[in-house]
Design a protein around this ligand. Sequence first.
Ligand SMILES: [Fe+2]
Ligand SMILES: [Fe+2]
Length: 384
Amino acid sequence: MRFVTNLNQKWSKACYTRLQILKSKPMVTAVKTKQFEEIRPGVKVPAKDTILTPRFYTTDFEAMAKMDISLNEEELRAILEEFRTDYNRHHFVRDEEFKQSFDHIDGDTRRLFVEFLERSCTAEFSGFLLYKELGRRLKDKSPVLAECFNLMSRDEARHSGFLNKAMSDFNICLDLGFLTKSKKYTYFAPKFIFYATYLSEKIGYWRYITIYRHLEQHPEDRIYPIFRFFECWCQDENRHGDFFDAIMRTQPNILNDWRARLWSRFFLLSVFATMYLNDIQRSDFYKAIGLDAREYDKYVIDRTNDTAGRVFPVVLDVENPEFYQRLETCVTNNEKLRGIVNSRTPKFLQFFQKLPLYCSNAWQFLKLYLMKPIRVDHLESVVR
Ligand SMILES: [Fe+2]
Ligand SMILES: [Fe+2]
């Protein structure tokens, strides 16, 4: 136990030190950074919060601490042992390949590249903040969960730190301290935190491994060294996802009844739609690394949907052509919305131009939500 406490303290200190270094590092102001708004030289103004940007979460810590985990404690302890092993202890080290100029990645590709790094960094950092706080609040009340959360926050701090450092290769970075204070926090009850974080960890796994495998086959498209790190990196996300899978199994009521089926559909759809709309909008980024954004997203959605079927009672019928037809309507609507925002039309008139497009998006989402899902809860005892 003493070892565990020391480990936590050490990691907590290391994480914060890493973030402080990122905060205080003198940044180079370069012409290239003028693609972005800056808080101060070299520090990017965080992307505006929209329905499609990564969120920061908070939850009911008391309720989480009171949770009885006895139903699946054995599996949780096994996962904790895996976390302690810390397979990626020496993985996130910037090697020789980073010591070069990346000015050949320029123009729009550079902007999209930085956006990709920023979004990934913000999402990883969001995990760090939530897990760190859970680790702290559960420390005396639920030690197994607390340690798991602390060790997951260790991983997320590494991930977000590594991505932020990658941004500095493009002469820009995020002030994570500023982000912590300035970003809005969304409250989710514990069960919703489980649905949402389980899916974001698993989809993160599939995103990273798919890019890694593609670039393994096409090394000529690996225009930046960070992608080489994705293979071991995604195993962290896979383990985090397994942790949330195990924790949900301690609370059968959040997986078994009709409400669980409705919420599973809602979270699956939200996560898939958000990713699809974001990625198609940035398809030039994927093109720069030799991927077709649509094909990539369809594969990631298919794999994540399949994986989610191991724990969720229902999954989405993503093979029904209606699924992507409706998402494509939203893609077109969003393109039109961006066109309106960038036009010279007065703001109050823009509102009336945007309204039917918002209504159409809401309608598509509702129709997608009402599509008949695939029940998989009868497969509970089968290896899925
Ligand atoms: Fe991560
Ligand atoms: Fe993670």
